[in-house]
Design a protein around this ligand. Structure first.
Ligand code: UD1
Ligand code: UDP
Length: 374
């Protein structure tokens, strides 16, 4: 089996890293195709270094353009690469436009698609990520559902069980791999002058929160007023480039009463998460990591495609209204020492995925059609 690993953004690099390592361990023939959706050093190459990944075999370099243009460019370039490389399977991860484009290019050539993080649903069709997930699932041959909830969503949508494989999420593999390394190597707590358990960690970048002035203003007011209510805690905000760009564009002030930092490496961020008193975010990956690391989380959204974290009590939804953000932070601050079982798997998701793919590809030996003729 020859596997094309498609990635393009920070979370995809992190969550595909265990797949790359498992390919090496299991002698699976693979190549890495980076769409270049994320391209800044601290959103891209830092993760290749941190996670000791080989450089991508291809980088399409199509970041920082309107999404509609990127989908066209990514798909066109990927068609060329896939025609040349002739992979048997293309694996994509998550819900970005890189994922959608990789899927479209593969299906155009009759190549099988494996979707890691299949079945996640926010049930909010206004989110571009929801459209990407639903479309990618629809076109995929192998649906790698990370949790029971994701499997249930797929079954309810009519997908047959022969396409669904519940494997856990490779984020657990990545966290287990990097956590001790982070503890040994990261100097971020010293660098930011932080005391373990005495700070709150923040990220926010979702389009629905930062691309509308009123929502972004509300969210910033909520974060600021929360920080002002806890003078004994330091608030640390790792600011995504999209959020910084929109704050500048809308002429808003940077959030006050906190340390605003540029995005940091995975090891540094994991260290920050591990020792945080609480996490405030709208990120999908952070909701998972908070749950895995057992750090209470307040999600500044009205819905989530990771509802298992909310049901376990480790995560709560606040939206972006300042009063709700403050109230939910207060509620979660009182939740000390809760015990819960991580619903995202046993840390061997990447190996499970590859074992399944190898087995399935042996029983479905039809090779890619004559790609060059398509
Ligand atoms: C994308 C994904 C989102 C995911 C997020 C992870 C889509 C539709 N969205 O959102 O689902 O949660 O990645 O972080 O695919 N920028 C830089 N440097 C970079 C990357 C981005 O400066 O390395 C800036 C650029 O101004 C760019 C903007 O951020 O235009 C937005 O980047 P983009 O990749 O379009 O979307 P994200 O918000 O990162
Ligand atoms: N992350 C990081 N450095 C940072 C902020 C986040 O390494 O400064 C990592 C974080 O640990 C998680 C991933 O980035 O694994 C989440 O990415 P993001 O929030 O950009 O995307 P989402 O998960 O929402 O798609």
């Amino acid at each position: 089996m020859k596997l094309a690993i498609v990635l393009g953004t920070r979370p995809e690099i992190i969550k595909m890293a265990p797949i790359v390592n498992a390919c090496k361990k299991m002698n699976v023939d693979f190549f890495i195709l980076h769409t270049g959706q994320h391209y800044s050093e601290n959103m891209d190459s830092v993760f290749f270094k941190d996670l000791e990944l080989p450089q991508p075999d291809y980088n399409l370099g199509v970041g920082n353009q309107p999404h509609r243009k990127q989908v066209g460019l990514m798909t066109r370039h990927m068609l060329e690469v896939f025609k040349q490389e002739k992979p048997d399977v293309v694996i994509v991860q998550g819900d970005t436009i890189s994922v959608l484009s990789g899927t479209l290019a593969a299906k155009r050539l009759g190549i099988k698609v494996a979707h890691h993080e299949a079945g996640l649903r926010s049930h909010d069709p206004s989110m571009i990520e929801e459209t990407n997930r639903v479309t990618t699932d629809h076109l995929s041959d192998f649906l790698f559902a990370p949790t029971k909830e994701a499997t249930k969503n797929l079954v309810e949508e009519g997908y047959t069980s022969d396409r669904i494989f519940e494997t856990g999420n490779t984020i657990v593999d990545a966290v287990l791999y990097a956590k001790d390394l982070a503890e040994k190597k990261s100097k971020i707590l010293e660098k930011l002058d932080l005391v373990k358990g005495k700070y709150v960690l923040i990220t926010a970048h979702r389009s629905e929160n930062v691309d509308k002035r009123t929502n972004l203003k509300d969210m910033i007011r909520g974060i600021e007023s929360t920080a002002a209510s806890y003078p004994e805690l330091t608030f640390v905000y790792s600011m995504h480039p999209r959020t910084k760009k929109m704050i500048d564009r809308f002429g808003l002030n940077m959030p006050q009463h906190m340390k605003i930092i540029e995005p940091v490496s995975f090891l540094d961020f994991l260290q920050l998460e591990t020792h945080a008193r609480l996490i405030m975010t709208d990120s999908g990956g952070l909701q998972e990591e908070a749950c895995i690391l057992k750090v209470p989380c307040v999600t500044m959204r009205l819905n989530t495609e990771r509802p298992e974290t909310v049901r376990l009590g480790i995560n709560t939804l606040a939206g972006t209204h300042p009063d709700m953000i403050r109230a939910k932070v207060k509620e979660m601050m009182s939740k000390d020492n809760i015990e819960w079982k991580n619903p995202f798997g046993d840390g061997k998701a990447a190996e499970h995925i590859l074992e399944i793919l190898e087995k399935e590809m042996q029983t479905q030996p039809e090779k890619v059609a004559e790609l060059t003729n398509q």
